[in-house]
Design a protein around this ligand. Structure first.
Ligand SMILES: [Zn+2]
Length: 268
């Protein structure tokens, strides 16, 4: 029996997992960009859900694919099934965290990306909602550069892209995990996922930190501690000042930057 073929992908499809096997052939022929959201399942203080990083990565990836689909220049991006566990040993001392060994994480990313490349795709953009995955993504990139040199493989943080809007935020001296920015993003995505009555400040000032925890706030040289050493609730900053508007601004900046980068990748 001859295999059927299709000339086009149904216009509403944005997710790789919603393509049919026949449509994948079209996506490959069009050299589509594949966006891989990665996150984490880890403590996010008393008011944010464990999957906060996955939820933000999924949201951003879908918004980027949606914008690209609306642009006549490059209507050709699909969001891969996400990786919802990440590298989170630094959150392991607080309840709820499930962490992958970094080597396992690298294996998953390189296996997924490698198979996609072997099957004919050449452009993959990883969007990680969890900063703790960045080092492992760097390793994955090096592994892929050796095993699949023709694959354009890029990765990006979510919050870390929002330099301009984050600079406008009223933030405490120490700020970050489950703090003002991340909580604002979650409020903007879906406020029913935030238990606002339980939001509490964590570590907010450098002089509250133990010497070893304080040393981790120096960018380079790099060191690390488990998050219970910053504050009992594992939070950096004061999430009570988070707002929907700030979250929309932050997400808007992130999405715009990723759309513009994705267009560059589609021109490769
Ligand atoms: Zn997070």
């Amino acid at each position: 029996m001859t295999r059927q073929s299709v000339a086009e992908i149904r216009p509403q499809v944005r997710k790789y997992g919603e393509l049919t096997s026949l449509e994948v052939e079209v996506a490959k022929a069009n050299d589509a960009l594949l966006i891989l959201p990665v996150g984490a399942c880890e403590q996010h203080g008393d008011g944010l859900p464990l999957s906060t990083d996955s939820i933000r990565a999924d949201h951003v990836a879908m918004a980027v694919a949606e914008e690209l689909a609306g642009s006549t220049e490059s209507p050709n991006a699909f969001v891969l099934p996400s990786i919802d566990y990440g590298v989170s040993p630094h959150h392991g001392n607080l309840p709820g965290t499930i962490s992958l060994d970094p080597r396992t994480f690298v294996d998953i990313v390189t296996t997924v990306a490698g198979q996609l490349c072997d099957s004919g795709f050449t452009r993959i953009l990883v969007v990680t909602g969890h900063g703790g995955n960045i080092a492992a993504l760097g390793v994955a990139q090096q592994v892929l550069l050796s095993s699949h040199p023709d694959l354009a493989f890029a990765y990006s943080p979510v919050s870390g892209l929002a330099t301009e809007t984050t600079a406008q935020l009223p933030r405490t001296e120490v700020s970050g995990h489950s703090g003002e920015s991340e909580t604002s993003q979650m409020l903007a995505i879906d406020d029913s996922l935030v238990d606002s009555s339980r939001l509490t400040a964590g570590a907010t000032a450098l002089d509250e930190l133990s010497p070893r925890a304080r040393l981790t706030r120096t960018k380079s040289p790099s060191s690390a501690v488990t998050f219970d050493r910053y504050a009992d609730n594992g939070v950096l900053g004061d999430p009570r000042t988070a707002t929907v508007t700030a979250g929309e601004d932050i997400l808007g900046e992130i999405i715009a930057k990723l759309v513009s980068y994705s267009k560059e990748m589609l021109r490769l």
